[in-house]
Design a protein around this ligand. Structure first.
Ligand SMILES: Nc1ncnc2c1ncn2[C@@H]1O[C@H](COP(=O)(O)OP(=O)(O)OP(=O)(O)O)[C@@H](O)[C@H]1O
Ligand SMILES: [Mg+2]
Length: 260
């Protein structure tokens, strides 16, 4: 695959991207998104940040087909997928993790990943091998036979990532994957996010309220507030953007760490 070898700039030009263009969505009078455009390329980590209710999860839902926009479109590698169901987008390289666990608690950790691989078309043998490789690389190997419901929180988050990676995605959207992680486990999780970009050759959209994590792993950051893009740029550019500070000083300020 030339793609895997290509320089990021070439990938950009080749249209290997996931793109929301001018997306709007409202719910019973709440305008959650107002003409938002966001682009995610392979081999980059893009942070999507903003206060509670900014529209981040709504945008992920629209990008993945769990919701549909009132206006605007979604393109996956040059194809208009705006009306595609989630499973069809999944078969075409798009995967996500959920803000709340969607693991099968009664199945073993390994079976959870196997199910995801089988759903993406792997044979049972291949699904088993893939599951073991992914669990090993995400430091979950020793839990393979344990019920998923018994996993400590941080490990459960990595299982969500393993399930997403089992479909060989080219784009992975993570909705607050580090929420509730003890501070001591955040660096290891940052390493997992980087490995999705560098070893699995995927583009990552990362939503999180932990600014230290966002600033550390993201190549670019886009800031949403009240359904519109407030700022975008490199971590340093965004950090310096006074509008961002103003938004955070507003009543629904983004906590750097959960304040309880
Ligand atoms: N299914 C829905 N029905 C009604 N309102 C909704 C629905 N989904 C989202 N909203 C509203 O749309 C706005 C954006 O919500 P969204 O969940 O996208 O925000 P968010 O940026 O993900 O916030 P958080 O950081 O709290 O997860 C909010 O006002 C929310 O209440
Ligand atoms: Mg959300």
């Amino acid at each position: 695959m030339p793609d895997a070898e290509a320089h990021p700039e070439e990938i950009r030009r080749s249209g290997a991207s996931l793109r929301a263009a001018g997306v709007s969505r409202s719910f019973e009078g709440v305008q959650a998104l107002r003409g938002v455009t966001l682009e995610l390329h392979r081999h980059e980590v893009v942070g999507l940040i903003g206060p509670n209710g900014a529209g981040k999860s709504t945008l992920v839902n629209v990008l993945t087909g769990f919701d549909f926009p009132d206006a605007g479109s979604v393109e996956l590698e040059g194809r208009d997928v705006t009306r595609w169901r989630p499973d069809r987008r999944g078969r075409n390289g798009l995967a996500r993790t959920f803000q709340h666990s969607r693991s099968f608690r009664g199945l073993s950790v390994r079976e959870n990943v196997e199910v995801a691989a089988l759903g993406a078309g792997a044979s049972p043998r291949k699904a088993r091998r893939q599951a073991d490789e992914l669990l090993e690389s995400l430091y979950l190997g020793s839990y393979a036979d344990a019920p998923a419901g018994s996993l400590p929180h941080g490990d459960e988050r990595r299982l969500g990532v393993a399930r997403a990676l089992a479909t060989f995605p080219r784009f992975v959207l993570m909705d607050e994957p580090a929420a509730g992680l003890p501070e001591s486990e955040v660096p290891a999780f940052a390493e997992v996010v980087r490995s999705v970009r560098d070893e699995h050759d995927a583009g990552v959209l990362l939503i999180d309220h932990n600014m230290a994590l966002i600033m550390e792993v993201c190549d670019r950051i886009q800031v949403l507030d009240q359904g519109t893009t407030l700022a975008e740029g490199t971590p340093n550019e965004v950090r310096a953007n006074i509008d961002v500070v103003a938004a955070y000083l507003g009543e629904s300020a983004v906590p750097v760490e959960p304040t309880g």
